[in-house]
Design a protein around this ligand. Structure first.
Ligand code: HGY
Ligand code: MN
Ligand code: MN
Length: 407
């Protein structure tokens, strides 16, 4: 293990960690996010890399001249889901700096600019839209729509950026910056157990499942829990509960995923029949037809159960990310580069998790490396990767950067 990895990891570990849960709450444009960004700047400075923040709040650390173009870029994100793990995102950023250190110790001399990037607000935990930083840069999220995104306190994304000291006037497509990127490689902890079932610490991504987020508003009539007869109620909760069960059944039958993981209830009183249940569905499948059919079936179930309970239901699609098939030529090149140096097989695997690499793939050649996760658990404090697998990840990333940038 390059000692720099352990040092960086140890410095980052306490930032934004909740002492109660042990999970991370590194939400975009909060003080915890600012601490992570300061950490990134310090790592860039320690290596003499020029650090810049782009118009959408993404951080870049440059080795070589950014304006030269055709850069080899690597990195990931530092923000987290509520009570997230230590690895989802940070492993890619720490490994990126460590891989640059490894290149230096190998005496490798890049002939192309190399950059480490920290994309802002990848998880969308605060404003509801994942990969906001890369979506803005790629023009997939417009500044107008970004201005309409609000956190739980009603603060908009641009307002939060301004409050954190970023000029949000300038947010929007960043073709000029993306045009400097010749290739982007994101290393990420695997969010599943595929690699654990193999002898390989590192794999290469083939594709990202299409996925999206849908908001369901079940509206009924708030009333007294003790005096309202069961037959007189317009209670959105049973309609919601039946929809959750339908979603589980349909997703299991389709080999897909459906999750209601976030919920708001009004008035949210123990002794009140709710007037509103607002629930967010995260749905994913291997292909868009299956996903469309799944969400359609869940919507039909929600409507049927709502009608039976005498409540209204409204559906809003808050985000959708189409299937991403990573460029086969680049993917194969990564496999070749690793196979030439490493003794293990290099599995090529799809993922159901979203990534900035998936957003960038529409604009630049993009690839991903996955590092083995012994339990597969992610988006939880229990998320883990073994230290020797993290070392293998750094070495693999260094192999890839050397192969791409030093020829
Ligand atoms: O939600 C996701 O798939 C990702 O981890 N942002
Ligand atoms: Mn994540
Ligand atoms: Mn991630």
């Amino acid at each position: 293990m390059p000692s720099s990895f352990q040092e960086m990891w140890a410095e980052l570990l306490p930032l934004g960690r909740d002492p109660g849960s042990g999970g991370y709450r590194r939400f975009a444009w909060t003080p915890a996010d600012a601490e992570c960004r300061a950490w990134f700047r310090a790592q860039a400075a320690a290596r003499g890399l020029a650090c810049e923040v782009d118009r959408n709040g993404n951080q870049w650390a440059w080795l070589g001249d950014p304006a030269a173009g055709d850069a080899v870029v690597t990195g990931s994100h530092l923000d987290s889901v509520p009570d997230g793990g230590a690895f989802d995102g940070p492993l890619g950023v720490v490994s990126a700096f460590a891989a640059l250190d490894e290149l230096r110790s190998r005496g490798a001399r890049p002939s192309r600019p190399v950059a480490v990037v920290n994309f802002g607000d990848e998880e969308g935990a605060r404003f509801g839209l994942a990969c906001a930083g890369s979506r803005l840069a790629a023009g997939v999220l417009t500044p107008e729509r970004a201005a309409a995104l609000r956190d739980a306190d009603g603060v908009s994304l641009p307002q939060a950026m301004e409050r954190a000291g970023h000029d949000a006037e300038a947010i929007g497509p960043d073709d000029e910056r993306l045009a400097r990127v010749g290739v982007f490689v994101e290393l990420h902890v695997e969010q599943g157990r595929h690699l654990e079932d193999t002898a390989s610490p590192v794999g290469v991504a083939s594709s990202i499942w299409p996925h999206g987020r849908w908001r369901f508003d079940f509206r009924g009539e708030a009333n007294h829990a003790g005096t309202t007869r069961m037959g007189d109620r317009h209670d959105p909760m049973p309609a919601f509960a039946a929809t959750v069960l339908a979603a589980r059944e349909r997703a299991a039958a389709a080999g897909a995923r459906a999750t209601f993981g976030k919920l708001g209830v009004l008035p949210n009183g123990v002794n009140a029949v709710p007037g509103l249940v607002r629930a967010w569905l995260d749905a994913r499948a291997a292909d868009e037809d299956t996903l469309g059919a799944l969400v359609g079936a869940i919507e039909r179930a929600a409507r049927e159960h709502s009608a039976a309970e005498g409540v209204q239901v409204a559906l809003t699609r808050e985000s959708f990310t189409p299937v991403v098939d990573f460029a086969p030529a680049l993917r194969d090149e990564l496999v070749r580069l690793l196979a030439a140096r490493r003794a293990y097989e290099v599995p090529v695997l799809p993922t159901g998790a979203g990534h900035d690499a998936g957003i960038l793939a529409a604009k630049v050649p993009t690839a991903m490396l996955f590092v083995r996760n012994p339990t597969g658990v992610s988006h939880s404090p229990a998320e883990h990767a073994r230290e020797d697998d993290c070392v293998a990840g750094v070495e693999a990333l260094a192999d890839v950067l050397e192969g791409l940038a030093c020829r």
